[in-house]
Design a binder for this molecule. Sequence first.
Ligand code: NAD
Ligand SMILES: O=CCc1c[nH]cn1
Length: 532
Amino acid sequence: MAQSTLDSMPGASTGTVVITEPLNFWGGKRVKPREEKNAEPVFEPATGRVLCQMVPCGAEEVDEAIQSAYAAYQKWSKMAGMERARVMLEAARIIRERREKIAKLEAINNGKTITEALVNIDISWKSIEYYAGLAGTLAGQHIQLPGGAFAYSRREPLGVCVGIGAWNFPFVIATMKSAPALACGNAIVYKPSPMAPVTAVILAEIYKEAGVPDGLFCVVQGGAETGSLLCHHPKVAKVSFTGSVPTGKKVMEMSAKSVKQVTLELGGKSPLIIFKDCELENAVKGALMANFLTQGQVCCNGTRVFVQREIMPQFLEEVVKRTKAIPVGDPLLGSTRMGPLISKPQLEKVLGFVSQAKKEGARVLCGGDPFVPSDPKLKGGYFMSPCVLGTSNTLVNGGTAHAQSALFFNTQSLSTDNCRDDMTCVKEEIFGPVMSVLPFDTEEEVIQRANNTTFGLASGVFTRDISRAHRVAASMEAGTCFINNYNINPIELPFGGYKMSGFGRENGQVTIEYYSQLKTVVVEMGDVESLF
Ligand SMILES: NC(=O)c1ccc[n+]([C@@H]2O[C@H](COP(=O)([O-])OP(=O)(O)OC[C@H]3O[C@@H](n4cnc5c(N)ncnc54)[C@H](O)[C@@H]3O)[C@@H](O)[C@H]2O)c1
Ligand SMILES: O=CCc1c[nH]cn1
């Protein structure tokens, strides 16, 4: 049974898959929902068809999963790091071997293109390999004390951790949380997003096949209520959350009641700053990578694109030309570069942001409309054309933008900048394929404007001036700054937010700190000197 969903993948095409197997996993096996009455349909975004039913877990099921994780933790935490590493490496190997099938299922459930889904699955097995490599290195310190006494510290796991994930990177988020957690000797109960529930259970089966104790990686399905049960459970030591700021605040509040450790990976509205001395073609490519991966549904996207005024016309001409050329359509075709958004409400929300932007004075330079692919089976899908919002007087009235630059950008009185910092589309996270382009004049000004947000997940700068690049990177109030590229997030690099984009880190060595704790052991070698 474990393999049947994946086994149907090689021949599967968009609009053909229906999943009926249970999506919960604990005690080493898939578990049927106790009652089906609260089942929610999960849609295939490319077609609008029902892919499966997601049945939320109630209190008893959550408790069963956590008890099973706790039992597994008792065994796993006593194993040496090298022994854990061996099992994890086997899990990474199995994922690598099945990468095409898992990627296909991910693309069907999420709508991201198969090309991106394959990259995501590769990040996932690399994450497990990376933390397997660190598992054997976990160690404490020896500290000599006066009189022959000494102390040592032990790096110990936390216990049962909970992972709560967003829908945009379902398999990646499940591995990014479980890999460091397991390397440190913890067990983890993972709740995927109710909109993307199908691949977390595949990961659970793979860990089991690789040899983890039954219960070590559990999957409970559900939405807010199930998430809240997890955050309140007394046997849970830590909650690692990926999602929106409003939900993150709730998770923190609930976890505070029993003083659970928390990692929050939240949303963003990141700035990408393009100076006039940049290599323009790379800057344009960077802006597209910063905005349109996974249909723009990426937390660290650089959606506020600040372009130095002198190069705005050339930049816009090129960025609009390339955006218009993005092939939108069937996510399972190798030639597609943009699939559907995750859901109908998300599509409507994003289109609503575009309408609002127009009302507030922005000009749609391209896209921003519902898109109906020519393939009849995709008629019910949640597609839209990728959108660039910019300045009204570029690329209009015929003539090239370049020719118009003297008129509209070099003469103060004629410059009409329709994307402004106070617009909704520039202030709020849209989470769709919408790029807002804003002009700027000086470095000092753009740094101030870039940081003028409550978010702080990522940032980027394109310039050939090496000193400026590092000066700007140091000034950004954000967890990451990309210089002359964007959205490069290999597993070795710490990832996380400043300000309201969250705290704690995922990826990189530092994440070991967030899934372990130090115990100090003090050893007396002589007699006790008592004051009493
Ligand atoms: N920083 C990062 O690494 C990162 C990565 C991916 C997505 N995100 C962010 O996630 C958001 C999009 O994802 P989303 O729409 O799934 O976010 P969301 O906050 O709506 O949901 C995230 C998860 O929280 C669960 N949840 C909802 N209410 C809950 C509650 N009261 N208690 C416990 N759990 C609850 C959901 O079921 C889901 O699993 C965006 O803001 C995006 O920027 C951040
Ligand atoms: O949506 C965010 C995706 C991401 C990239 N690296 C870590 N999370």
